[in-house]
Design a protein around this ligand. Structure first.
Ligand code: ADP
Ligand code: ADP
Ligand code: ZN
Length: 215
């Protein structure tokens, strides 16, 4: 089963991707995590990505598509993958379709997490991310057992550099203009599953599970 997980920044894509990994043994492929790893490694993708990410803008399509193509070419998953944060533009969605044709795999479900913008701002302001495994926590809504330490791997929790108020405002605006049109794109193809992301993490996951079971 190959899944696309869509939604605005802070909607819970990473959180729910981790739940899907646990339940279905899928491999999470997060474009944001790949960019952050590239930045940490200071490789060519990282240098370019860093400039755009820190200001809250999308990384240009050609770089993003090239990076995702290389990642998907590895075909290193056993039970399928979850694309978390890709595609984010219509151009990326079209390219993904040709990558799928070329590599001989298909997307089985496209899940869209819908969330109120005021809620998103609160989620992004309190998000803390594990440096080692990428698990996200929230200082109020989902705190780690020991402040600043990941429950799963003991890694250090940090606040992302694109989580300032200005960068968040730009990211939400970017979402509205560049990513939200994908909702219409996939709805027209009849393949979008809309999930209410304003519920508790458990209820969101329950809705996702139900939607996958009826397919
Ligand atoms: P969030 O979890 O808040 O949705 P991500 O971790 O997925 O954010 O992405 C962080 C940043 O990385 C984005 O704001 C953007 O700059 C860049 N990025 C991630 N995925 C893409 C993509 N598919 N296309 C362009 N830029 C991307
Ligand atoms: P995304 O990957 O879509 O940007 P995350 O999964 O990183 O979103 O979630 C953003 C923040 O909101 C994190 O701090 C996370 O712990 C928290 N969060 C995720 N889902 C929920 C939820 N249903 N209710 C409250 N907080 C949530
Ligand atoms: Zn961790």
């Amino acid at each position: 089963m190959n899944i696309i997980l869509m939604g605005p920044p802070g909607a819970g894509k990473g959180t729910q991707a981790k739940n899907l990994v646990k339940k279905y043994g899928l491999t999470q492929i997060s474009s944001g995590d790949l960019f952050r790893a590239a930045i940490a490694e200071e490789n060519s993708y990282g240098v370019i990505a860093n400039y755009f990410i820190k200001h809250g803008h999308l990384v240009p399509d050609d770089f993003t598509i090239q990076m995702m193509r290389e990642r998907l070419a590895k075909k290193d998953w056993e039970n399928g993958f979850i694309l978390d944060g890709f595609p984010r533009t219509i151009i990326q969605a079209r390219e993904l379709e040709s990558i799928c044709r070329e590599f001989g795999f298909q997307i089985d479900a496209i899940i869209n997490l819908e969330c109120d913008f005021e809620n998103l701002k609160k989620r992004l302001a309190g998000r803390r991310t594990c440096k080692q495994c990428g698990t996200t926590y929230h200082v109020l809504f989902n705190p780690s057992k020991v402040a600043g330490v990941c429950d799963k791997c003991g890694g250090e929790l940090y606040q992302r550099t694109d989580e300032s108020e200005e960068a968040v405002a730009i990211r939400l605006n970017t979402y509205l203009h560049q990513t939200r049109p994908l909702i219409g794109y996939y709805t027209a193809k009849g393949s979008l599953i809309n999930i209410n992301g304003d519920q508790s993490m458990e209820d969101v996951f329950e809705d996702i599970e139900k939607s996958l079971e009826v397919r």
